[in-house]
Design a protein around this ligand. Sequence first.
Ligand code: FMN
Length: 184
Amino acid sequence: MSHIVAISGSPTLHSRTGRLVSDLLSRVAQETGGSARLIDIAELVSDLAIRSRADASSLLLDALHDVEQADLLIVGSPVYNGSYTGLFKHFIDLINYKSLLRVPVALIATGGSDRHAMVIDHQLRPLFGFFNAQVLPTGVFVSDSAYRDGYIRDPLLQERLSQLVQESVNALQTGVRIRDLSPA
Ligand SMILES: Cc1cc2nc3c(=O)[nH]c(=O)nc-3n(C[C@H](O)[C@H](O)[C@H](O)COP(=O)(O)O)c2cc1C
């Protein structure tokens, strides 16, 4: 059974980013029958006040191990001052740099306006490029104005989200842990 892990990079509890990645996680898990785990940075805020992994709490270590074992990662962050959040980056800095080789990664970002929509291509993609992960072609940026009564009403945005779900499902079904085929 494949293991799907989603990370919400927002330090806010019950955040838009959290709901978005959680929804995507459920959809992909339902279609593939994989196991699902949501890692919410908002619940790890105090655990992240450390200098290195050697000081990590068992809660944080468990989350890091889960990311390193994932067959698919769904990653979302709100834009903070033009980039992903600092706490999200600190969490990623604690990940073993060899562990995400060719792992498919679905990318999402949320923001107050469309001004920073390119954060996915200019910042999140290069970050996972560093890990030699397999970033999926579609990235989805959702601005606060896309919500009406707590729901995303824009059909084009819904279409992009469905496309990202489909790419994630395909990557899991056809990828069959291709990272395991790479030389050690
Ligand atoms: C400290 C801070 C900085 C922000 N900076 C930006 C920004 O540079 N660009 C932007 O579009 N939105 C910015 N926002 C707005 C958030 O990205 C936006 O409200 C997002 O939907 C919040 O997601 P969340 O509910 O998952 O935390 C900022 C919000 C905060 C709190």
